[in-house]
Design a protein around this ligand. Structure first.
Ligand SMILES: [Zn+2]
Length: 422
């Protein structure tokens, strides 16, 4: 297990207007206004109360009263005292309080587990991980290890004086959001696993009430969206690579989940109808020719990565040393990935594709073959070039997105009544 307590990533969290509740009565109007005030401070702060009023169009009295509530909730803070420019008492500026809360992100993946503590300002304050292949382990053993990582993250947050507002859990599979159940995670061999319930069972410390489960590629895409570091594109696809391959599709600033929440299964797009059999039961799925297992096998790194080992490190070492076999394996995977990406671009007309998971560190070797295939297969490529980039959040895009998820709910509706425990 590795532990780093140093801040490793700066991700300004931004609540999005579309996620706010629509006001229907007076209490709702106040909650809606609170989200406007908080967004104004987050995006343009530090700001005086008067400037918040000017920017939101709310009265100074309304702003003053909401600011008192937000200060009480520790979501914002008063900064210093400005020298008065004219007559009257000096004013104070309002700013987001990064230490006012934290979210814990947990990623359960085939080749390892990771947990992070992300503060309100989007900084990763703590990261713990457990490398190694999880496929040989019983579901209960995986979930026990995962719960231990969250317990460790809770302790780290406590040590830093951060109040944990919620936990987000990223898993590589189909998530039934309403029931909070992993319906199918083919690479883990999981069917109908009640992840949240079982994690709570194994928890040693007191976890917050808010625990949400989501697909890893969706959370990686949301992490990118919230970080605002995808070239400002409002429509993009995040392709998350590991043993499996998934996509999070963001259209007009919102994650496209599909009618039942199961969209984005790019890894099971058929790229070779007679290709190798997939864990899903079909043949020639993209992840069978572009996923981590395939790349490691083709690169000759090793056949079966073992528990406790990071499978990607030796691959990267070979790539950087110029190993021909490793380089051609990754380039071939890039070509296959290009077929999948081209299909997505032809369907959704996104202008940006962000590569996350293992594809982020592999980007320098994937980029050229992937781009070449995309140029050849995307009908509009001549007139609308596609921007392909590596996720700045790297392999941690999903776990950081998971940690930000509870904070985004809080920032979008800062005065929501706190749910009763139990
Ligand atoms: Zn498949």
């Amino acid at each position: 297990m590795s532990t780093e307590s140093q801040p490793s990533s700066r991700v300004p969290a931004v609540a999005r207007s579309g996620d706010r509740p629509r006001p229907t009565d007076q209490a709702d109007v106040r909650r809606h206004n609170a989200s406007l005030v908080l967004e104004s401070v987050m995006v343009d702060g530090p700001l005086s109360r008067a400037r918040v009023a000017a920017r939101t169009g709310l009265t100074r009295a309304t702003v003053g009263s909401i600011v008192d509530d937000l200060l009480g909730a520790l979501l914002i803070t008063e900064q210093g005292t400005r020298t008065p420019t004219g007559v009257g008492r000096p004013g104070t500026d309002l700013a987001l309080n990064p230490g006012g809360g934290a979210g814990i992100g947990l990623e359960i993946n085939v080749d390892g587990l990771a947990a992070v503590v992300v503060d309100l300002g989007g900084t990763v304050r703590h990261r713990v991980s457990r490398s190694g292949d999880q496929r040989g382990r019983a579901t209960s053993a995986v979930l026990r290890s995962a719960a231990k990582l969250v317990d460790d993250a809770m302790a780290a947050a406590y040590d830093e004086g951060l109040s944990v507002r919620g936990v987000g859990v990223a898993v590589p599979g189909l998530v039934d959001l309403a029931e909070q159940v992993v319906r199918l995670a083919p690479n883990l061999g999981w069917t109908d696993v009640r992840v949240v319930e079982r994690l709570r069972l194994y928890a040693v410390t007191a976890w917050p009430d808010s625990i949400t489960l989501d697909n890893e590629a969706n959370l990686a895409a949301l992490g990118e969206l919230w970080s605002g570091d995808h070239g400002g594109a409002e429509s993009f696809v995040l392709v998350n690579g590991d043993v499996g391959v998934g996509a999070g599709v963001v259209l007009d600033g919102r994650l496209h989940r599909g009618s039942r929440g199961f969209s984005g299964e790019l890894g099971h797009l058929t790229v070779a109808p007679d290709g190798p059999e997939c864990r899903c039961g079909a043949r020639g799925c993209l992840e069978q020719v572009a996923g981590l297992d395939w790349i490691l096998r083709q690169a000759g790194v090793r056949d079966e990565p073992r528990i406790g080992e990071d499978a990607v490190a030796p691959l990267l070492a070979r790539l950087t040393s110029g190993d021909g076999r490793a380089i051609s394996a990754v380039r071939e995977a890039g070509g296959s990935l290009g077929v999948g990406v081209a299909a997505l671009v032809n369907l959704f007309d996104v202008d940006t594709v962000v590569l996350g998971g293992i594809f982020a560190p592999l980007f320098p070797w994937l980029d050229q073959p992937l781009s070449a295939v995309v140029r050849r297969r995307v009908l509009s490529a001549r007139w609308a070039p596609l921007h392909i980039t590596a996720s700045r959040l790297g392999r941690d895009a999903a776990v950081i997105g998971a940690g930000q998820a509870p904070l985004q709910s809080l920032l979008a509706d800062p005065l929501a009544p706190i749910a009763e425990a139990g």
